[in-house]
Design a binder for this molecule. Sequence first.
Ligand SMILES: [Zn+2]
Length: 517
Amino acid sequence: MNRVATMNIGVLALVAGTVLAAAPAERDGQTALAVSSTVAEEPSKVAWNALHRTADLSLGESQAVELSDGRKTMLKLVGLEEIRDGLCSAVRAARVKVEVNGQPITLTSATYHLPVTIAGVQIDCPITRGYTQNARTNRWGLDKDARLRLWPADSRWMAPETFVYPVRQRWFASDTQMANDPVFVDGGEVPGNRNIYYHWGLDFGGCEGMVDVVSASDGLVVSAGQDVLPEHKDIPGVSATYDEVNVLDARGWYYCYAHLKSIDAAVRPGQTVKRGQQIGVLGKEGGSGGWSHLHFHITARQPSGKWGIEEGYAFLWEAYVRQHSPTLIAVARPHHFATVGQKVMLDGTRSWSATGKIKSHAWTFCDGSAAVGAKVERTYERPGTYSEILKVADTDERVDYDFAVVQVVDKAAPQQLPPTIHATYAPTFGLQPGDAVTFKVRTFRTTEGEEKWDFGDGTPAVAVKSDGNVKPRAPDGYAETVHRYAKPGHYLVRVERVGHTGAKAIAHLHVRVGREP
Ligand SMILES: [Zn+2]
């Protein structure tokens, strides 16, 4: 253990020396981060060392990787399969075949996949070459065929005292665009598009102006709005725009928080922030596309020597589970993009139970039909934006819900794109019967029609009208309504709008009222 600890401190000193030395807040020969720590659970220097090791490999290449516990692992990249759609040749699934200490395993890159355990290690694949070939921007710093990350089998993914969940809202409270998924909520999926915006970061949809954004890590504020510390302004991923905050931690990682409606006055360049400290309020400012969300990404040095995205979905998952102790998480993401008549495989296999046992996966579709099974196949006869309900139950009769967004276009009329829709609510935690719940919705690609809410409790439908995203940053772009639930329970809320082509966009939300079961 001593040997490992010494090694880790050495690595940290290197990081601090090369990356933080220029920070003006440095005092007494230590980083400002260490000096300013006041909470009881102060991260040790060892904790600031990343628990994973990263290897970029070409096909056929082998590498010996020394894990964070000092053990060696042999890694070989044996195969790479990238499945592209027929509409814009976007990568929808990238699978790598890897040998870990001689044992074969197939991994799917990012897209809501967590690390898996094999041969004494945990391993994941954040990015593969295909994504970098038709991306709007190559943000990963990957020059080879695939990137792999390795943790010891019994390791956490991130030292718990160094990272928290950066939004004060429920897991999957609204749409998300997690790593490598092409952006879709605001109508980003367009047939024939050859410049795909594979989302390199992590987007959390939320209720505009009503969700606190907090710092995921202790760190030095390097930019807040247009003010930026000059020595950090050229780091890829750090941009000094009015809606954005960037923080540098003691690992040498940069954290970006974008589209903020407001930035906390205490968050100024050169100041330090603590993990959990409020940074601002979730909004749709800057280049949000008009849908209210936190855009969050981490940038770190990658094996290529370049700055690149440090995939954060696993870190978010681990932090959320630790902080909120959910017993069951339904996962029906990522979204799907398909043509009329094409087979779509809905997949709930990434759902999770704290006890390790999920008893059932049940689907309810927008057309009222239903199916049972972790994976189910469907086709769609009409263009539209669908939201298919996944219900998972564990052996103690607890339930959770998630929604698979399916955007369906007509290949014969590719210009007639159906509307897309974004629904949110707040607050998402601690709702009691009688509490006011704010619901906000915005429809994209159409100004026809109006949204109709069904709150799932037998009360009459409520109609509202959002602006169709004509001006993405319009302060009143979302239509707002308030609803109160009379009784505790799980509520499935549906909102829909028919656009100018006659196609419908449907969204669902899952609202919990009363004590957690
Ligand atoms: Zn984003």
